[in-house]
Design a protein around this ligand. Structure first.
Ligand code: FMN
Ligand code: MN
Length: 492
């Protein structure tokens, strides 16, 4: 039932009317990105570009975008009906995270149809777009899986980390030390050895879905991909290292990151998910030593930095991966009563409040975990009677339940995302600080039990009864009965 590879996934999307092939000639230089962005803004279909300027005769001639940028396609990825409601999808993902499936090793697979080494390596043979006008280069790594192995535990890690083509055989990478591959890289640096890396493009879209989620080890990302598909991922060994990649992936770049900062090259600016360009800095490099790919391979990418209010494909996938993870994490941390979760840009958590301090417990758990290090900066916690999916209801809760003096609480000195544009540029130096030095904010929108004890004259409530919802039943009946008599019949 699982999709074997990107091609089977594309065929499924096409049969469901969820993918369009673009055969008109399109320029990789901004035009392709703008088409993708407009279609994303309209929550349109996935796109397969088949005719890219300068890419008629190259090793790779096609690129797919927007594969899981819509709920119907997230549902299809999970083998569910297209119209599965979002809250149901989140519960399905939650359930599948609880049942990881270990990967299976196979001897070979389609990804080995072509093995490219030495002088034949040329990353510009792959149609990486220029996504934003001020980007420092062409970003090949926007929806891929970056594989490394922890030299101590021997575990594989698959993360989605951006990368820019720096030259024919160099990928400049945004490697943040606190991320899993950043932690692995520090181990290689300590012993002065280069870190083997494999970057995987194009497979079942559970690959970028899982690679961009902050998951626990063990069992690691491949087991979670297996869990999402309910079928083991088949892995083959790389040519130049003991790393492992999906046997039916479209393309794999294999290489090494030198431990020596003298080898770092310029990376950035890049239009980031915060909606701003980041800074250009010297960053680690994957020196590519081998490329393996299928015949007529299909590249995979996504446009970041969309229009205000429009969530990118990566951000969209994140709603469906992060929400279940946060929910489970809070439960495991022993935080009771979580009823709903909205992750990022502002976290909103709905709880059945059980004691005073409950909201602070939620916030402290979120700020205390690496799970939410990148994304949790502002957390709002509200009671169960607030519809957190209604912006108006949220505003009313902020106005009517919050005492700015007591309920707005700063948690100073936490690690956070170096992408945050509110930080001074120096704080955003990820290689200097590991993460970025951050302050976090809780807005406690729950009713304060100390200030508002239960009152019998309010019907055993802490807050005054709402005047907007209730009149006496006999008055309702009376007015209904006399409606015509008032001269208010007909349409009124
Ligand atoms: C499109 C996209 C691009 C990303 N780029 C980066 C990046 O350049 N560096 C980074 O550290 N995290 C990046 N992330 C976030 C990581 O993928 C995410 O934190 C993930 O949990 C990393 O895997 P890990 O937990 O195994 O380290 C990106 C996420 C998305 C959706
Ligand atoms: Mn990981």
């Amino acid at each position: 039932m699982a999709y074997r590879d990107l091609r089977e996934w594309i065929a499924k999307l096409e049969s469901e009317g969820e993918l369009i092939r673009i055969t008109a000639r399109v320029d990789w230089d901004l035009e392709l990105a703008e088409i993708s962005r407009r279609v994303l803004t309209r929550r349109g279909p996935a796109l397969l570009f088949e005719n890219i300027k300068d890419y008629g005769q190259t090793r790779c001639r096609k690129i797919m975008v927007n594969g899981i940028a819509k709920r119907s396609r997230v549902a299809l990825m999970l083998g569910q009906p297209k119209n599965t409601p979002p809250q149901e999808l989140i519960q399905i993902v939650r359930e599948r995270f609880k049942h990881p499936v270990e990967p299976r090793r196979v001897d070979t697979g389609p990804v080995k149809e072509n093995v490219v080494q030495g002088d034949d390596i040329d990353l510009f043979q792959f149609p990486a777009p220029k996504w934003h006008p001020l980007d420092g280069g062409r970003y090949s790594d926007t929806f891929c899986g970056v594989v490394v192995r922890d030299p101590d535990t021997k575990e594989l890690n698959v993360g989605l980390y951006r990368g820019m083509i720096s030259s024919k055989n160099k990928l400049a990478k945004y490697l943040i030390p606190h991320q899993h591959w950043g932690q692995v890289y520090q181990k290689y640096q300590q012993v002065g050895r280069p870190m083997p890396v494999a970057v995987v493009y194009g497979w079942d879209d559970v690959l970028p879905f899982i690679a961009s989620a902050p998951l626990a080890h063990p069992p690691g990302e491949y087991a979670y991909m297996g869990g999402m598909r309910r079928e083991a991922v088949e892995l083959v060994r790389c040519e130049t290292s003991d790393l492992e990649v999906p046997a039916s992936a479209e393309i794999v770049f294999e290489g090494f990151v030198s431990p020596d900062p003298a080898t770092y090259v310029d990376e950035g600016p890049f239009g980031e998910w915060f909606g701003y360009y980041g800074a250009r800095r010297k960053r680690p490099v994957v020196q590519v030593e081998c490329i393996t790919h299928r015949n007529d391979p299909i590249f995979r990418g996504q446009v970041e930095g969309t229009k205000p209010g429009v969530i990118s494909e990566g951000g969209f996938a994140g709603i469906y991966s992060l929400t279940p993870l946060i929910w489970d994490y809070l439960e495991k941390a022993g935080v009771p009563g979580v009823l709903d979760v909205i992750p990022a840009p502002v976290y909103v958590i709905k709880i059945r409040k059980m004691y005073e301090g409950h909201a602070r417990q939620v916030a402290a758990a979120l700020f205390g975990s690496s799970l939410t290090l990148q994304t949790a900066k502002v957390v709002v916690v509200v009671d169960e009677d607030v519809d957190i999916r209604s912006p108006r209801a949220l505003e009313l809760a902020l106005r009517d339940r919050v005492d700015p003096k007591d309920d707005v609480i700063v948690f100073p000195g936490f690690p956070g995302s170096p992408l945050d544009p509110s930080l001074p540029l120096d704080y955003r130096d990820e290689l200097k600080y590991g993460a970025a030095p951050h302050n976090k904010l809780l807005v406690d929108g729950t009713i304060d039990w100390v200030k508002h004890p239960i009152r019998q004259d309010w019907g055993n409530r802490r807050y005054p009864p709402r005047c907007t919802e209730e009149t006496l039943p006999e008055i309702e009946d009376l007015v209904t009965r006399r409606w015509e008599e008032y001269g208010l019949g007909g349409d009124l």
